[in-house]
Design a protein around this ligand. Structure first.
Ligand code: SF4
Length: 298
């Protein structure tokens, strides 16, 4: 008897497994739904507002006023979302939620000028093989910078992690660089994390060495996941993150029984939800744009 392997590995799954193997099992293998949280909903709202800014406003017209208008439209969509309703926020809490999202959008403008960005894709799902597994990630924004170089941007609406987690926060960056290189045929010149709450940006230039290092680490995590599935051995790793964990009721570290999680497995995986309709997969359009920019062969 063994547990089924997850079908893909993503940056969030890698860090979830490293943080706590048992929480990873509940999420990636048992596929237990996580209850909605105000922090996740706020992230969804701000991501949607910035996505609208880039698609609905051409370069030269992406002002703060336009972004706040986009936030208003994204808010109207979110307010009608069933998961948001589940949060049960009072009118006062909703006003605070809306105010904090407004602040995040305003601080975004302290980090960059959106008029200088030639956007190629947003919420772009890329997948590529690595050994016998599939890596998958969703890129918040893919663009050409003013010098015509490919850049990956990832928005963060939470706090900047401490310096001690420097490698963990950059791990996903190299993951995205690998996906671009394999799925689109171009290595990004730069990958940047925009921490809107601070505001603060962290960027790095992917290299042969950094991408190779990411591949080695991802394969090591995958081998550990395979072993844990084969042996049905996912151990709890109590830490400060337990306070945010949705699975305490099934966790032996909190007096729970992991076997009860099996009965809670959904019959089918649930599609991610958020405000608005998902755009069609734009990967081919991105490849065409990269060819037109001379970044990839015809
Ligand atoms: S409560 Fe803590 S130890 Fe238990 S599964 Fe969640 S993160 Fe892991």
């Amino acid at each position: 008897m063994s547990l089924p392997l997850p079908t893909t590995l993503s940056p969030s799954k890698v860090s979830s497994f490293k943080d706590c193997a048992l929480a990873f099992r509940f999420s990636a293998i048992d596929r237990l739904p996580e209850p909605p949280s105000p922090a996740a909903a706020k992230g969804t709202l701000v991501h949607k507002a910035l996505e609208l800014l880039f698609w609905d406003h051409p370069q030269g017209s992406r002002s703060l006023a336009a972004a706040l208008d986009c936030l208003g439209r994204a808010w109207a969509l979110l307010a009608n979302d069933a998961e948001f309703a589940e949060l049960g926020l009072s009118a006062e809490e909703q006003a605070q939620f809306r105010h904090e999202a407004d602040q995040l959008v305003r601080r975004y403008f302290q980090l960059e000028d959106p008029d200088r960005i030639q956007v190629l894709g947003t919420e772009l799902m890329l997948q590529a093989p690595l050994g016998d597994m599939q890596l998958r990630g969703i890129i918040d924004r893919l663009e050409l910078d003013p010098d015509g170089r490919l850049v990956v941007t990832d928005y963060k609406t939470g706090r900047v992690p401490p310096e001690s987690r420097e490698q963990a926060r950059l791990g996903g960056v190299h993951f995205y660089a690998y996906l671009c290189e394999k799925a689109l045929g171009v290595r990004p010149a730069r990958v940047q994390l925009l921490y809107l709450a601070e505001p603060m940006s962290i960027s790095t230039t992917p290299s042969d060495q950094s991408i190779k290092g990411m591949a080695v680490r991802a394969q090591a995590v995958w081998a550990a996941v395979e072993r844990a599935c084969r042996d049905e051995d996912f151990r709890p790793h109590p830490s400060g993150l337990c306070g945010y964990c949705a699975y305490q009721a099934f966790c032996p570290a909190f007096g729970g029984d992991p076997a009860l999680a099996v009965s809670r497995r959904p019959g089918a995986s649930k599609a991610p939800s958020g405000p608005g309709e998902a755009r069609p997969d734009p990967t081919e359009a991105v490849r065409d744009a990269l060819r037109a920019a001379g970044l990839v062969g015809v």
